[in-house]
Design a protein around this ligand. Structure first.
Ligand code: MLT
Ligand code: ZN
Length: 463
């Protein structure tokens, strides 16, 4: 190690895996945003909590910034290392620590991949319900850092609801055991909840105790084609009142075109501007009949143009692929992503303004939107038109994002529903959080990380 700081780290932790080859720096220095050029100092892959603590203490002594890193599937630049930081990858800390059948909790190291968490829960006859398309590569630590949501929030809520305890190394190197799996704990500030969604700026989560629940009841998956957004909101209200929804996800014709071009199978013939994939409990014939009746009612009202119900698991998976494949199908185009939310009741009014804004401000660019309409969460993906330089494109998108942020502010919404603030949204944090809140957030950050070694530059523009 020619860098004396790294040489000192290796002296303190002789068995620590430290990577410095250029390909490795590039691989671990970026997330799915692909906007910044990775330039970390090195990659550390600790295998124990004590290693993480030693690394954080070393970083404080040498004033080295640390970027905590999981599966790097983030979409806001929260895990980007572009300024000589040490990437602390939790990839090797991916083991089950404990399963408790009485408490119905699973304690895992934070580098465990979400899908592995879900499979482990299933192996115990239980269910970890937070779910989304990146399940095969995102880590539970990253899910916690962004309070990840996904496709089942309508039934189960966000990651926040499923965390019974956390073990964390703070920015100053303290080891904290937060909440320790307790169901009831009314003993002051709940730092566990503070850590969730803090994007690695307060502490590094090394272990998480996850709540598990009963496996979901038998369900059916339906794909709907719809004429417009008003109809979509009507169908949502109808289905929500008549069925027990597990998911209600929408996407536009543009999104569908990209997924089909990426290898997915068309399930409904004909061109329609909007589609919904919905999943609902279908325990018995009565529930299945109720779903059919709701569909027929929507058809009669003209809210739905066509639809299909999956009659096998593989067909259900094929319908889900139409929704879940969107991100991957757009990835080669490196879309500019907005991830906004308003209260569900505010969706129709917000949508009207937002659609007009996008049509006016992006006359040339293809705008692909989709998302979790049942949670009031819309993903707006803007594709760079051919011939427009990257810098000019980003500048245009940032201008529109400022207008979008103003619109959101008027509708009481959020500039980041589930992807986090990271680098991408930090200029707009003030549209969702008041100046007083941001000052308090920065004060909290100083308490947990006085020297600012954890993920500096993320979440806040200054401080
Ligand atoms: C999704 O809903 O598919 C994810 O949030 C990813 C994305 O927005 O691209
Ligand atoms: Zn999403």
């Amino acid at each position: 190690m020619s860098d004396p700081r790294l040489a000192d780290l290796s002296r303190r932790l002789p068995d620590l895996r430290l990577l410095t080859a250029s390909g490795e720096l590039e691989h671990y220095g970026r997330d799915w945003t692909r906007r910044w050029t990775p330039a970390p100092l090195a990659i550390a892959l600790p295998s124990t909590t004590m290693d993480v603590q030693t690394i954080v203490r070393w970083a404080n002594e040498h004033h080295v910034a640390i970027v905590p890193s999981g599966g790097r599937t983030g979409l806001s630049g929260g895990a980007v290392a572009a300024n000589g930081e040490l990437v602390l990858s939790l990839e090797r800390m991916n083991q089950v620590v404990d399963f408790n059948a009485v408490d119905r909790t699973l304690t895992v190291q934070s580098g465990m991949i979400l899908q592995h968490v879900q499979e482990t829960a299933r192996g115990h006859g239980l269910h970890y319900p937070v779910d989304f398309a990146a399940r095969g590569s995102c880590s539970i630590g990253g899910n916690i850092a962004t309070n990840a949501g996904g496709i089942r929030v309508i039934r189960y809520g966000n990651t926040r609801e499923w965390i019974a305890g956390l073990t964390v190394i703070t920015g100053s190197g303290e080891l904290l055991e937060l909440n320790r799996g307790l169901v009831k704990n009314s003993s002051g500030y709940d730092f566990r909840q503070l850590m969730i969604g803090s994007e690695g700026t307060l502490g590094i989560v090394v272990e998480a105790t996850l709540k598990l629940t009963d496996p979901p009841p038998p369900s059916q998956v339906m794909l709907l084609a719809l004429p417009d957004m008003e109809a979509l909101m009507q169908v949502f209200a109808l289905f929500q009142s008549r069925l027990a929804l597990q998911a209600f996800e929408f996407f536009t014709d543009h999104a569908l075109d990209h997924v089909l071009a990426h290898g997915a199978q068309r399930a409904i013939e004909g061109e329609y501007p909007y589609h919904v994939v919905t999943e609902f409990d279908a325990v018995d014939e009565r529930m299945q009949d109720a779903a059919l009746a709701a569909f027929e009612h929507a058809l009669e009202q003209g809210w739905v143009s066509d639809g299909v119900i999956a009659n096998s698991e593989s067909q259900a998976a094929a319908l889900w692929r139409l929704r879940e494949g969107i991100t991957e199908s757009l990835a080669p185009r490196r879309p500019y992503k907005n991830d906004v939310s308003v209260r569900v009741s505010a969706v129709p009014a917000f949508l009207q303004e937002m659609q007009a804004l996008l049509a006016r401000e992006y006359p040339q660019a293809e705008v692909v939107w989709f998302g979790h309409i049942g949670d009031g969460n819309l993903h707006i993906n803007v594709l760079r038109p051919d011939g427009l330089a990257e810098d000019a494109f980003i500048a245009q998108c940032e201008h529109v994002t400022r207008l979008l942020a103003e619109t959101l502010q008027r509708h009481g919404g959020s500039i980041s529903a589930e992807h986090g603030i990271g680098l991408v949204k930090r200029a707009y944090l003030g549209s969702t959080r008041s100046a007083a809140e941001i000052a308090l957030m920065q004060g909290v950050r100083k308490v947990f990380d006085p020297l600012g070694v954890l993920n500096p530059g993320k979440l806040f523009e200054q401080g």
